[in-house]
Design a protein around this ligand. Structure first.
Ligand code: MN
Length: 133
């Protein structure tokens, strides 16, 4: 069974790039394009990891992280923030909201998978064609 990553991202270009890379490494990617949709999808698919853009329509990433962490059935799923914010204090605020880690956009395609895999248990890490290149 493939490891499921829920990507909550409203920017189509970023969503396309992240999905492309993760699928190459054997992950199944579910996309949600706003914060509320992200919560709905998380409840439906119980992903192994959540990648969360912090600047989202409807409900921003902070609110999404807090809400996910407040749900008994979802609270153990690691949430990794992916954000273009580079301001002081953001990192702390993001971790306080419940994210386990933080990546900055634009993502680096050559290190991205390794960066997010540190938040997955070894038996959930991907395989696929990306692994050998
Ligand atoms: Mn965004």
């Amino acid at each position: 069974m493939k490891t499921i990553i829920l990507l909550i991202e409203d920017n189509p270009k970023n969503a396309y790039l992240v999905t492309f890379i993760l699928e190459k490494f054997g992950y199944q990617v579910i996309l949600a394009q706003d914060g509320q949709a992200g919560i709905t999808q998380a409840l439906q698919v119980s992903p192994d990891l959540i990648l969360l853009d912090m600047q989202l329509p409807v409900l921003d990433g902070y609110a999404v992280a807090r809400e996910l962490k407040g749900k008994e059935e979802l609270r153990l799923i690691p949430i990794v923030a992916v954000t273009s914010y580079a301001m002081h204090g953001d990192r702390e605020r993001i971790l306080t909201a419940g994210c386990v880690g933080y990546l900055e956009k634009p993502i680096n395609p050559t290190t991205f998978v390794a960066e997010i895999e540190q938040y997955l248990p070894a038996n959930k890490r991907g395989s696929g064609v990306g692994r050998s290149s």
